[in-house]
Design a protein around this ligand. Structure first.
Ligand code: ADP
Ligand code: MG
Length: 250
C-alpha cells in the first residue's frame, strides 16, 4: 500500500547484524546469524521461510520480548537493547500490537476483557475499554461472543480475538506470527483486510510471519529467511487489489 506522496514511507523497524543462540556448550544452537531486517511505514512486510528457520525468534526480538546476544534493533527510533525493563514494557504496550502464534489469551477473563487488556494497561476506564473492545470484536466478526470465556471458542475464533486485542489500541506497529494458521478463507480475508487498512496509514507498519501462500499478494515487501538468515527481500507493486487466494474447488 503506497502511502501518500507527502508522507514518504520510513524505516521504523531496523535490525542490524542480530545474533541469538539458545543453550550452552555442545547444546548451543545459533538461531539468528547476523540478521538484517527492515520494515517501513505504510507497508505490510511478510517474513517467510521454513519451519524452524528462526522467524518467531526474530519477531520476539523485534517486539522486545526476547533479548539478543549481538546486534542492534531500532523501533521507531528507540534502541531496544538500551531500554530498561520498565521503559521497554511501556514502550511495547504503547507501540506494538503483537499476535502470538499461541494466542496467549487469559482463560479467566471474558473475550471482551481479553481484548481490552492493552487499553487497561494504558489506563483507559473499564467502561470505555469494554466499548472499544466490543467494536474491535465486531470488526473481526465476533461481536456476539464478547461475554464468553476463550475456551468456548474454536481455534480460529480465538485467533481472531488475539487479533482484535492487537488492534484495539491502534498501535503504530503490528507484529503477527502466522495470523492465518487457524483461519478459513473468509475469516482470513476479514483479518488481512484489517491489516491492510492499518498498513495504509502513512505512520503505521505491519509485519507478518507466514508460510501461507494464499496471502502473499497482500505483502508490499517479502523477506525470505532460511537457517537463521534473511536470504532475499523483494518488493511487490500492487497492480491489482490484493486478495485472499481461495483454494480451487475440487
Ligand atoms: N527458547 C528456546 N530455547 C531453545 N531453543 C529454541 C527456543 N526458541 C526457539 N528455539 C529453537 O530455535 C529454532 C528456531 O525456532 P523458531 O524461531 O520458533 O522458528 P520458526 O518460527 O521459523 O519455526 C528452532 O530450532 C527452535 O527449536
Ligand atoms: Mg514460528
Amino acid at each position: 500500500m503506497t502511502p501518500p506522496s507527502s508522507s514518504p514511507s520510513q524505516v521504523v523497524v531496523d535490525a542490524r547484524s542480530v545474533e541469538k543462540s539458545f543453550g550452552d556448550g555442545p547444546n548451543r544452537i545459533r538461531v539468528l546469524k547476523q540478521v538484517d531486517f527492515t520494515a517501513r511505514t505504510g507497508e505490510i512486510t511478510m517474513l517467510v521461510g521454513p519451519s524452524g528457520c528462526g522467524k518467531t525468534t526474530l519477531l520476539s526480538a523485534l517486539a522486545g520480548t526476547l533479548s539478543i546476544d549481538n546486534g542492534t534493533i531500532r523501533v521507531f527510533d528507540h534502541s531496544l537493547e538500551k531500554m530498561s525493563g520498565g521503559a521497554l514494557t511501556r514502550f511495547r504496550s504503547n507501540t506494538i500490537g503483537f499476535i502470538f502464534q499461541q494466542f496467549n489469551l487469559i482463560p479467566t477473563l471474558s473475550v471482551a476483557e481479553n481484548v481490552g487488556v492493552p487499553l487497561r494497561i494504558q489506563g483507559v476506564s473499564s467502561g470505555k475499554a469494554l466499548k472499544r473492545s466490543r467494536e474491535a470484536l465486531e470488526k473481526v466478526g465476533l461481536g456476539d461472543r464478547w461475554k464468553e470465556r476463550p475456551n468456548k471458542l474454536s481455534g480460529g475464533q480465538q485467533q481472531r480475538v488475539a487479533i482484535a486485542r492487537a488492534l484495539v489500541h491502534e498501535p503504530p506497529l503490528i507484529i503477527c506470527d502466522e495470523p492465518t494458521a487457524s483461519l478459513d478463507a473468509k475469516s482470513g480475508e476479514i483479518v488481512l483486510d484489517l491489516f491492510r487498512k492499518a498498513a495504509c496509514s502513512p505512520d503505521r507498519a505491519v509485519i507478518i510471519v507466514t508460510h501461507d501462500s494464499r496471502i502473499f499478494s497482500y505483502a508490499d515487501r517479502i523477506s525470505r529467511m532460511d537457517d537463521g538468515q534473511i536470504v532475499e527481500t523483494t518488493e511487490q507493486d500492487h497492480q491489482q487489489t490484493p486478495h485472499f487466494e481461495h483454494e480451487t474447488p475440487h
